[in-house]
Design a protein around this ligand. Sequence first.
Ligand code: FAD
Length: 381
Amino acid sequence: MDLTLTREQEMLRETVRAFADEVLKPRAAAFDRSREFPLDNYRRCAELGLCGMMVPEAYGGAGFDGVSYVIAIEEVSRACASTGVILSVNNSLFCAPVQRHGSEAQKRKYLVPHARGEKIGAYCLTEPQAGSDAGALRTLAKRQGDRYLLSGSKVFVTNGIAAHTFIVYATLHPKLKHKGICAFIVERGFPGLRQGKPEHKMGITCSGSVEIVLDECEVPAENLIGQEGDGFKIAMATLDGGRIGIAAQAIGIASAALEESLAYSQSREAFGRPIADFQAIQWKLADMATEIDAARLLAYRAAWARDHKERCSLETSMAKLFASEACMRAAKEGVQIHGGYGYINEYTVERLFRDAKITEIYEGTSEVQRLVISKEILRED
Ligand SMILES: Cc1cc2nc3c(=O)[nH]c(=O)nc-3n(C[C@H](O)[C@H](O)[C@H](O)COP(=O)(O)OP(=O)(O)OC[C@H]3O[C@@H](n4cnc5c(N)ncnc54)[C@H](O)[C@@H]3O)c2cc1C
């Protein structure tokens, strides 16, 4: 079994790390404070081909494999976790479903500009009353001639402040449950779409989360992805890919917490010696490093499975669950190693701690990942 990265993957890591250190990291604290959507970060990432990483070159993408995607999102998130999720949503939650389930015309019209990073995509599944239980969504889709009218409200939409295009999930009738759900490509300018209130968040403060309100929003019938009733399957298959992106984001945040802690523990002195001399601190660092490596291997395996297997929910949920919980532990210990300074916002670990928490919540909470995993292993037995 060969666990080494290819020369191309190594080169990608070097390139993205250098870019992230030079461009993203120095701006991250200021964006965290201002909460402004980091549009220039997105443009710079587009120049490197990071917006449509796994999309074939023929459709404007960079044609990378899944492991390369994990590497890039990790490196970006190590510097700026908000930019990490902004990219992950455009890549995994917008480009991937259009590439996998869209018509040729949809790919030409929507995939190409989003994969090139000329446009920003968003994913609208969650509603005020339906998060984990996405099958209970109530946004209605009514067919009227050659268009659909969508009515309802979507919350927590990442990229929503800046997005040009949204994939909106709506139902033909709530009584049909999962079977009634459809996926639509909706442009910001379609009549009846309105941006609601922005969310004020604990972490990833500049990822542009807003409510999106649809009031008989007019969507051409050709913007339905797949067939009527395919939406729930598309949403779930999309989240398999999305979870790999969030695992990578979590690994990036955790790696940053470890780096900050390694540096601080060797410079901070207590009782006449660097705190890194104390075994209590050494063990925290050892646990952080071990869990980050384990998370990375799980994420690589999930990415490989997504590239090569028909079903990969087990691998992607395991990677997301483990990486996000390891990330939270690393961020917590990072603050602890910094003592009182870790609680002060001049120190990077304070932001990392706030950014880490969301990885255990979005694209399926840890409880939901455990549900998916247990269902899969019980199915196999
Ligand atoms: C910053 C941010 C960005 C987001 N971005 C997007 C986005 O771009 N697009 C989008 O569509 N959504 C987005 N979300 C929504 C996110 O995916 C949901 O918040 C998440 O799936 C949880 O749903 P909920 O908040 O409704 O919690 P609920 O589903 O109400 O869950 C509440 C609690 O109950 C638990 N629970 C629920 N059901 C079960 C069960 N069966 N067994 C055990 N425990 C259970 C949950 O794990 C959780 O602990 C975002 C959320 C945030 C906070």
